[in-house]
Design a protein around this ligand. Structure first.
Ligand code: SAM
Length: 267
């Protein structure tokens, strides 16, 4: 058992069932599971008979053992085990495995240490999965699903491409060995940004906006700007009906998009 790889195995059948059910697997779907471990969740995903199941496991020993478990004739042809780091494999997946837009789903009871990076990699995918279901640290799940007026950089980042939702809280005791903190099962349903803006423009503005989250939007946007530029920023904010004294956590994704269009589009 490797502490470094976040190996805490889910024992609670209700949570495994809930994760598999939320994936709403249809016959033609491809399901990508991150960190299958001994196949705890895989078993439930397979019972939904997805056309293709891709398992990405970093631990060589577990990947090999899983290959044996899944070698039964009834399961052949539907499962592919990819041994390696999901953070490196996910960015190449849509091309390498010929996954078309909206035809695949990502699920996983993932090790806590990859949560932030994994979400970033998914957010940068051109062909995004239609949904993502993850078991992550409860506190991170709460931050991820926060909304204005209490939003944050992480929530505003994922809300650009998805609707995040906590499906259930998972107590630490549901895992073996138990981690130090509770977890949550989260669903991120992919949405289109409405074609209003490209992601690079949005994320550029977002980083600027949350440079110092406790400062006002105006202070963050005008950091380092001269008088003329500051006046321009103030006028733009007034035009968009955003009070200069507000803090970035008060902004909805729609308002952030409006700001990004004015400040960064085409620049
Ligand atoms: N799916 C099993 C379950 O639900 O009980 C195991 C979950 S355990 C929390 C996380 C799994 O992810 C482990 O099997 C671990 O070896 C694997 N893992 C850790 N880092 C990984 C990475 N970067 N890429 C792919 N798998 C990883």
């Amino acid at each position: 058992m490797s502490q470094k790889l976040g190996q805490h195995f889910l024992q609670d059948k209700r949570v495994l069932e809930a994760a598999s059910e939320a994936a709403a697997i249809k016959p033609k779907d491809t399901v990508v599971e991150i960190g299958p471990g001994h196949g705890e969740l895989t078993e439930y995903l397979l019972s939904a008979e997805p056309r293709r199941l891709l398992l990405i496991e970093k631990d060589k020993r577990l990947a090999e053992a899983l290959a044996e478990i899944l070698a039964e004739p009834s399961k052949k042809g539907t499962v592919k085990i990819i041994e390696g780091d999901a953070l490196r494999i996910i960015p190449m997946l849509p091309v390498k495995e010929k996954l078309a837009d909206g035809e695949y789903k990502i699920v996983g009871n993932i090790p806590y240490y990859i949560t932030g990076r994994l979400l970033r990699e998914i957010s940068e995918l051109k062909n995004k999965p239609s949904l993502v279901i993850l078991t992550i640290q409860k506190e991170v799940a709460e931050r991820l699903t926060a909304k204005e007026p209490e939003t944050n950089l992480l929530a505003a980042s994922v809300r650009f491409w998805s609707e995040p939702k906590i499906l259930r809280i998972v107590n630490a005791g549901a895992f073996k060995p138990a981690p130090k903190v509770d977890s949550a099962l989260v669903l991120l349903k992919t949405k289109t940004a409405g074609g209003k803006i490209d992601s690079e423009t949005y994320y550029r503005l977002l980083r600027r906006l949350f440079r110092q989250p406790r400062k006002t939007i105006f202070n963050n946007l005008s950091a380092g700007a001269g008088k003329e530029e500051r006046d321009k920023i103030k006028t733009t904010m007034e035009d968009l009906e955003i009070s200069p004294s507000l803090r970035p956590q008060a902004l909805s994704v729609e308002k952030i998009i409006e700001l990004a269009r004015v400040f960064h589009q085409g620049k």
